[in-house]
Design a protein around this ligand. Structure first.
Ligand code: SAM
Length: 245
């Protein structure tokens, strides 16, 4: 299993009571959130992670060696599962990646049994420290690179927009916890690593009409990271239970 980040106690407290038989992780990427759930849920029988990216699914499969955890290439807008086939669903840092979010949410509802658990983790852009702001600006810039390449990637929502989206799910026993960290890295080595990451991302945008603007922004971003450091963007974790239709 991949190494998972340390999470705050308030996140643990929301996750520990959840013990699904069958959980679906939507837009799983390389399975980072699956690792976190496997470590912090009270228990589970099976987790399936889905993503449209074959490359991500291959990487996810290579990282896990647990017969209870599977990854499948599938579109969250049209899931290949019958109604009521999971008793928990999760989505992490991906709501703002969904081109047709209403369809994805409707599919998540459809494949869930009544009273099933929802687990949503999403970053938001209400950062209060320079380190967190720089992390968000890096994400905002990387989203602009994705868009230049024709990949759907909305900017991260503000906290109140995120909360109103989650509220609209109409979940029972809805609870949230916040993860805002004011620690940050301010050393030349960390900044060099970030600069390398930024250069790698920028290389993908080469030849697109926005390449020049993205390159100037990247330079300013690296300068700021060198002078102010880089921290972690704020996250919100929400849990709740599906109400029967
Ligand atoms: C930020 S990444 C995944 C993050 C991951 N959940 C985590 O917490 O590390 C967003 C993912 O959404 C996937 N994605 C976008 N649209 C999708 C869709 N319609 N169905 C499934 N996956 C989708 C992308 O391929 C990408 O891997």
């Amino acid at each position: 299993m991949p190494e998972t980040p340390q999470i705050p106690e308030a996140f643990e407290a929301l996750l520990r009571p959840i013990r699904p038989a069958r959980l679906l992780d939507v837009a799983t990427g390389v399975g980072q959130f699956v690792g976190l759930l496997a470590e912090h849920l009270g228990g589970f029988d099976e987790i399936i992670g889905i993503d449209t990216s074959e490359k991500a699914i291959e990487q996810a499969r290579a990282q896990f060696n647990d017969p209870r955890i599977h990854f499948e290439c599938a579109d969250a807008e049209r899931m290949p599962y019958p109604d009521d086939s999971f008793d928990a669903v999760a989505i992490s840092n991906s709501l703002h990646h969904m081109e047709d979010l209403p369809s994805v949410l409707a599919e998540m509802r459809r494949v869930l049994a009544p009273h099933a658990d929802w687990i949503v983790m999403e970053m938001h852009d209400d950062a209060t420290t320079p380190g967190a702001r720089n992390a968000l600006d890096l994400h905002r810039w990387a989203a602009a690179v994705d868009r230049a390449l024709g990949r759907y990637h909305e900017p991260v929502w503000g906290r109140s927009v995120l909360l109103s989206q989650l509220d609209a799910l109409g979940l029972a026993d809805f609870r949230t916890a916040e993860w805002a960290s004011d620690s940050f890295d301010l050393n030349a080595e960390a900044a060099d690593r970030m600069a390398e990451t930024i250069d790698r991302i920028l290389a993908q945008a080469k030849g697109t009409p926005n390449a020049g603007v993205l390159s100037d922004e990247a330079e300013r971003l690296i300068e700021r990271i060198r002078s102010e450091g880089i921290g972690q963007q704020p996250f919100l974790l929400a849990v709740g239970r599906q109400r029967p239709a």
